[in-house]
Design a protein around this ligand. Structure first.
Ligand code: HSE
Length: 414
């Protein structure tokens, strides 16, 4: 039997994890793939003297591109420049590509899937969302009998770790971020995580797959957790909620409501008890109801687990594109609802001298509001949750309040 040869591009955390896991479980992996598999090349510009796989290292992408023996390539380099060009070239030559690169899938998924289909190979990206959690394959295979109604999830481990430390250990945002960096969860430049961009790319991938049209990150309202304070965490807790960064996409009529933002999540919702670096994704289908996918959303071997799963699937489908893994491209955001038009409840924290004197006015303005109690509440501070209204209507009322009080925080309720 001929051996199916694999190349791994990028020998960083996920790349080295993929090589490690592959060789650790090679026998059972090949048995399940029903063929002999082996890694022929590892592409990286760095040197790794003494590495057990030093003989497989190459710095030249063309060696992989032009080797007809290589049928599957794991792109674990990240980014949108070289990874994009290399992926296009590989797919155009009929080599399947598997990846953890959510930035690339979110930006060019529709195009790359189309190139793969045309060239009778596959572009697989189970590792791009939720690390080791199976979510891509369940969406287009196990749940294919459903019309998907809603997806909402905790899609970023770093921010979930930070929020967990704020909730349980009363660390401030800055202290929790520093700890996340010390523990190696957050990057030196943590912008993509804390501003929500990483979660946004992931919800775009899930939404594109579930609803069949490419949702570009630019179409999606995205805000991160940098403005969440310990005051908000405590008020939320007193009202029966935990604050979580939630990526969501939901069908509303013939349009989609997609968003990434911090949310007050009721403690009765399972997402509220997903802590530390864990991720969880809730999917609601018209047949199955709600299902929850939970696990390690990042990390070397957890992500490698999804990459190796895709390598095996690619090996089983050589010359046969997996047609259920596809969506149309989109050229405008018309199918995405303007988020301010969507109905939502909002938690609001305000400050003013003698702020309690505005309670009646605020209640009348909204019909009713739930004022949130807090132990040792500062007498200049008030927090409440509005009823569910179109967000622009809530904003109009808050504009009135802001003439007398300072609006310190606004966080949507899930
Ligand atoms: N920075 C990401 C996270 C890594 O914290 O979830 C996995 O995509």
């Amino acid at each position: 039997m001929s051996i199916t040869k694999i190349a791994v591009m990028g020998y960083g955390v996920v790349g080295s994890g993929t090589v490690e896991l592959f060789y650790k479980n090679k026998e059972s992996i090949c048995k399940k793939a029903d063929r002999e598999l082996d890694i022929k090349y590892i592409l990286d510009l760095r040197d790794f003297p003494g590495d057990p796989f030093e003989d497989k290292l190459t710095k030249d992408f063309n060696v992989i591109l032009n080797d007809d023996e290589v049928q599957i390539v794991a792109e674990l380099m990240g980014g949108k420049t070289f990874a994009y060009e290399y992926t296009k070239q590989l797919l155009s030559k009929g080599k399947s590509v598997v990846t953890s690169n959510k930035e690339l899938v979110a930006a060019h998924g529709a195009e790359l899937l189309a190139i793969a289909k045309k060239n009778k190979c596959n572009y697989l990206f189970e590792a791009s969302v939720g690390g080791g959690i199976p979510i891509i394959r369940p969406l287009h295979q196990c749940l294919v009998g459903n019309k998907i109604e809603k997806i909402a999830g905790i899609l970023n481990g770093t921010t979930n770790f930070i929020l967990t430390k704020m909730i349980y250990d009363q660390l401030s945002f800055d202290e929790a971020l520093k700890l996340a960096q010390q523990l190696g969860y957050a990057e030196k430049d943590p912008t993509a995580d804390i501003e929500g961009y990483d979660a946004c790319r992931k919800i775009c991938i899930l939404g594109s797959l579930a609803f069949g049209k490419h949702i570009y990150p630019e179409y999606v309202h995205c805000s991160g957790i940098t403005r969440v304070t310990l005051d908000d965490v405590e008020y939320a807790d007193n009202a029966g909620y935990a604050i979580k960064l939630i990526g969501s996409v939901e069908a509303e009529g013939d349009k989609l409501n997609a968003m990434v933002c911090p949310r007050l999540v009721s403690k009765n919702n399972m997402l509220a008890s997903v802590n530390d670096v864990y991720n969880a994704i809730s999917v609601t289908g018209d047949g199955v109801g709600e299902v929850l996918f939970y696990g390690r959303g990042a990390g070397k071997l957890a992500t490698a687990s999804a990459v190796v799963g895709d390598i095996v699937d690619a090996a089983k489908h050589i010359g046969r594109p997996i047609v259920s893994l596809a969506w149309e491209d989109s050229s405008s955001r018309d199918f995405i609802i303007r988020y301010k038009e969507s109905a939502v409840s909002i938690y609001v924290r305000i400050t003013a001298d003698e702020v309690d004197s505005y309670k009646e006015e605020i209640s009348e303005m909204f019909g009713y509001v739930d004022f949130i109690p807090r132990k040792r509440r500062c007498e200049k501070e008030l927090a409440f949750i509005t009823p569910k209204l179109a967000e622009f209507e809530i904003d109009k009322r808050l504009e009135q309040i802001s003439k007398k009080c300072k609006i310190e925080s606004k966080i949507r309720v899930l």
